[in-house]
Write a protein that binds this ligand. Structure first.
Ligand code: AMP
Ligand code: MG
Length: 522
């Protein structure tokens, strides 16, 4: 996807592309307000081997682009947080001001990119603001796009509006789907030009998570032969995020086991809603099993297991059907990094061995829910597989098919046209439908009850590329209402009629959607 017509943006003519001398680092005294959250800086306690402290480089003359009230509530911010003069949230979340207690830093990590060791990476454009003590827990906040850091390498430290909207919307959409994810509080924008394939404009996303620690953080200290730092990091994750591991006989074994299970379950979640991450490099894998770093992701339209959503992924390493395998590959990289702590390669491999069964159990449970099967029976795997094969052959729309399957009627003579019409091979569908009806009869399934359950497992609304693209185009023209409308729909993806939803939101993608290309450029 490319940016829209920049000439329409107010103030564009006054600004030229950023260079190091024109941008002012934020130096004003921190703002003190009784309405600002209390901050903790636990990550700071790890010490300077883990990060570099530095101020944000703010956006000039920022404006609000989007906000998630749901995420604001999670953080315990007051209802009027965005407008309160004492909070100056627009300036704070554009990197132009800080609240007392924030101590911005960029963390260092390394990682494998597309299967190859990439060396040191790190927060090249993310800035860790600290941790907020919220009613429901402690959350880390990051600004993404607030300037260069020592880990920016050749990058400019910026994020463009287009990719910021994609990250914001999908973070909140995945949460709405019930899938573990980093969250997004807001986007601020500016007329500041940023060069990608074309000139675009800068934005900052504020993202929120229990932890932004990645597999790559562990790989970094293992690769650099720093076992003490590695142990410190593992202890940090255990103490603050996975305390049950501390009670295990071998806490580091338990840590690897927990990350293995979380990753396996996350992969089952992704597969079940047809989500394709696009860049499953080890630096984009969360140690807490969250979906993290939304780039060239996509949701399946016409079902193609080999679907590659990232235009830059020429070999299809991160194709939809390969994600579960890649999840395991990445866990091998993590296990390798943890080896100095675990001390026994066979034990590490034995832990990774659990991945397959956890994944398969989780996947089957999700598939059964998608098909409305209450109990597990012999042959379920084959029934599901047969449906997916037919869907792949006929390129049936993934989201529409499962949503329509909820209204499947087992009554004598029912043709189930809504679902049937999605297939080219109707006789093939009828054959599958007979088997499905028999399977439902076997557990005395009641159509109306099953439909209710299935509608809670099969979303009606997912963030298809064309929906994001329309919101981006409007936002590029300075109109943010479409994004807000879409956000509210995506926050309730299982509802039949969320406020503001249109038929088109839940329909087939339009013809032009096929021309959308998403790549690593962001
Ligand atoms: P990603 O592919 O977005 O996960 O990023 C991989 C690495 O490149 C990370 O270290 C990022 O921080 C860094 N990076 C990506 N884009 C930029 C940018 N525009 N400026 C600085 N660093 C970047
Ligand atoms: Mg990344």
């Amino acid at each position: 996807m490319r940016g829209g017509p920049l000439a329409t943006l107010p103030g564009m003519d006054r600004l030229t592309a950023e260079d190091d001398t024109t941008m002012r680092a934020q130096t004003d005294a921190p703002l003190v307000s009784a309405h600002a959250p209390a901050w903790r800086n636990r990550f700071h306690a790890l010490g300077p081997a883990f990060y570099t402290e530095l101020p944000a480089r703010g956006l000039p003359d920022p404006h609000w682009v989007a906000r998630s009230d749901d995420c604001a509530r999670l953080l315990g911010l007051p209802d009027d947080w965005a407008e309160r003069p004492d909070l100056q949230a627009l300036q704070v979340f554009s990197g132009n001001a800080t609240w007392a207690g924030m101590r911005p830093l960029a963390s260092v990590y390394s990682g494998h990119q597309f299967g190859v060791w990439a060396g040191q990476l790190g927060d090249g454009r993310a800035l860790w603001l600290g941790e907020v003590d919220a009613p429901s827990g402690t959350f880390e906040l990051q600004l993404k796009g607030a300037g260069k850091t020592p880990y920016s390498r050749m990058g400019d430290g910026r994020a463009v509006l287009r990719s910021s909207i994609r990250e914001f919307l999908c973070s909140e959409a995945m949460h709405g789907l019930g899938i573990p994810t980093t969250r997004a509080l807001c986007i601020t924008g500016s007329a500041l030009p940023v060069r990608r394939e074309t000139l675009e404009t800068a934005a900052v996303v504020t993202r929120v998570a229990e932890s932004f620690i990645r597999f790559g953080h562990f790989e970094h200290f293992a690769h650099h032969g720093q076992p003490e730092a590695l142990r410190q990091l593992a202890d940090f994750v255990i103490d603050h995020h996975l305390p049950a591991c501390r009670d295990a006989e071998q806490p580091y074994h338990a840590l690897l086991g927990e990350v293995t299970r979380r990753t396996a379950r996350l992969m089952a979640d992704w597969q079940s809603v047809g989500f394709c991450h696009g860049v499953m490099n080890t630096d984009n894998m969360s140690i807490l099993g969250l979906t993290i770093d939304y780039g060239p992701y996509g949701f399946l339209d016409a079902f193609d297991p080999g679907h590659i959503c990232n235009h830059s992924d020429e070999q299809g390493r991160y194709a939809w059907a390969r994600q579960p395998q890649i999840g395991l590959w990445n866990l091998h990289a993590l296990a390798q990094a943890l080896l100095p702590l675990i001390g026994d390669g066979d034990a590490a491999l034995a832990i990774l061995e659990t991945y397959k069964s956890v994944f398969m159990d989780a996947l089957l449970a999700r598939w059964r829910a998608k098909l409305g099967l209450a109990a597990a029976e012999e042959g379920d795997h084959e029934l599901i597989d047969a449906l997916l094969r037919r869907m792949a052959t006929d390129r049936v729309d993934y989201t529409l098919a499962f949503r329509r399957l909820a209204s499947f009627s087992t009554a004598d003579g029912a043709r189930n046209d809504a679902m049937r019409d999605l297939f080219i091979d109707r006789a093939g569908f009828d054959a599958w439908a007979r088997g499905y009806a028999e399977r439902l009869a076997h557990e005395a399934s009641i159509d109306a009850e099953r439909a209710l359950r299935m509608n809670r497992a099969n979303p009606k609304f997912v963030l298809r590329n064309h929906l994001a693209e329309t919101a981006i185009r409007r936002a590029t023209e300075g109109e943010f209402g479409e994004m807000d409308r879409l956000l509210k729909v995506l926050q309730r993806p299982y509802d039949e009629h969320p406020p503001g939803a249109t038929d088109a939101d839940a329909g087939f993608p339009p013809e032009w959607a096929q021309t959308i290309e998403v790549s690593c450029s962001s």
